[in-house]
Design a protein around this ligand. Structure first.
Ligand code: C5P
Length: 405
């Protein structure tokens, strides 16, 4: 077997479900692929599989309690969280998923999860009714939103003899996902990527502005996914109420379209690609009053607006070999308009958000996109979490940049 995981540190979390018997085999596969694995098991997990089996396979004592029974030594979940290059929770029971989603840190598995700086995957396993219960689905959606990768359970006969969705994915498939994660984690190494995100605010006076309801979520998801693939990322963000989870991403905060243009042009100089998700205001007030504008005693008021710079078109004119990706949000003739924008702004690719789909658009955690490439290729994706959409977009960018290799 090839050593695809050589030198990688993996925390394997095992919670108390019958599928825990498969975790021994998964552990064996990870070790054979060259990974160093530390097993963390919940108290209930030990009822399904013995720590002796797991420590024999991993070559390390299994961590389960906060304190070692014989020595009283404290197990540091913080150290373990920092050691981890990847945490895989398999099986993840409904209870463990719920505790992860709400941060109920009453065992080593959850405290390790909360301390982990690395990517986390969960492979749920439970009966079909538990899986389809709204509370489980809510918790899964929360984890996906928190950036946890969900390895969906498959359908088939369950340990209860019921037939349906809830079987933990097979160890071979989980190994494949782990290998894919580590392959992906280097795929953009050495690349510099600029992402614009959020709205712009165009000030009218000290307390009023023209803006829009872009949340910045799509741009931040792309920035984090690009950083997870090893890229050096700078986000030029308009006013958004978001925090970056990845401290390696450089963030430049701006307010207006002009400021966004300036910061983006400066950053683009030494970038390999730019992904422009920002909803830039097309117009700004001609002047911004120094004092709060008073209401007129009678009648209406006119605000004169002037055209803002087009950041995408400006970068498009200077791009050379660099790759430029734009977004389009259209209410009518969406396909035609997106293609036209791609040409006009000299983009290599444009991501069309479907406004017809209720799972897509501003301030949502999900999005549904079609990616149009300047070479005519086109892919329509189903609705997914914004992080997964970010992954699809970056896959497409990587494929596009390798098309002539
Ligand atoms: O607003 P429009 O639909 O033309 O936006 C399409 C693309 O152009 C988006 O990627 C957006 O971020 C970018 N854009 C820009 N500067 C503008 C307007 C749009 O960078 N002033």
């Amino acid at each position: 077997m090839s050593q695809t995981l050589k030198g990688k540190h993996i925390v394997l979390g095992i919670s108390g479900g019958i599928a825990a018997y498969k975790s021994a085999y998964l552990l064996r596969l990870l070790i054979k692929a060259g990974a160093e694995v530390q097993v963390v098991i919940t108290p209930n997990g030990k009822e399904f599989i013995t720590p002796a089996t797991l420590s024999a396979l991993s070559g390390k004592p299994v961590v389960s309690e906060f304190f070692a029974a014989n020595t009283g030594e404290w197990h540091s979940h913080v150290d373990l969280g920092l050691w981890s290059d990847l945490m895989v929770v398999a099986p993840a029971t409904a209870s463990t998923i719920g505790k992860m989603a709400s941060g109920v840190a009453d065992n080593m598995l959850i405290t390790t999860y909360l301390s982990a700086k690395s990517h986390v995957m969960v492979a749920p396993a439970m009966d079909l009714d538990m899986w389809s219960h709204p509370s489980t689905q809510r918790n899964i959606a929360t984890l996906a939103k928190d950036g946890v990768e969900i390895i969906e359970p498959s359908s088939g006969e369950l340990a209860s003899h019921l037939v349906g969705k809830g079987r933990m994915e097979e160890p071979e498939e989980i190994l494949r996902r782990v290998e894919k994660f580590f392959r992906r984690s280097d795929s953009l190494k050495g690349k510099k990527i600029l992402v614009t995100a959020g709205p712009t605010y165009e000030d009218i006076d000290p307390v009023r502005f023209i803006g829009n309801s872009s949340s910045g979520k799509m741009g931040f998801a792309i920035a984090e996914e690009a950083a997870a693939r090893g890229a050096e990322v700078v986000v030029v963000a308009g006013p958004v109420a978001l925090q970056l989870k990845d401290s390696a991403v450089r963030r430049v905060d701006v307010r207006s379209a002009r400021q966004m243009l300036e910061a983006s042009q400066a950053a683009f100089e030494d970038c390999d690609a730019a992904i422009l998700t920002a909803a830039v205001a097309d117009y700004a007030p001609e002047t911004c009053s120094d004092t709060k504008i008073k209401r007129e005693k009678t009648g209406d008021m006119t605000l004169r607006l002037v055209r803002n710079p087009d950041i995408a078109a400006t970068l498009g004119a200077m791009k050379g070999e660099r790759m430029l990706v734009g977004f389009a949000l259209e209410t009518d003739h969406e396909h035609e308009n997106a293609l036209d924008k791609m040409r006009r702004k000299n983009l290599d690719m444009i991501v069309l958000n479907s406004l017809r789909n209720p799972l897509a658009g501003f301030n949502k955690d999900t999005n549904q996109v079609t990616i149009l490439r300047s070479d005519g290729l086109e892919t329509e994706y189903p609705a997914k979490s914004k992080r997964q959409v970010a992954s699809d977009i970056l896959d497409e960018i990587e494929k596009y940049s390798k098309r002539n290799d």
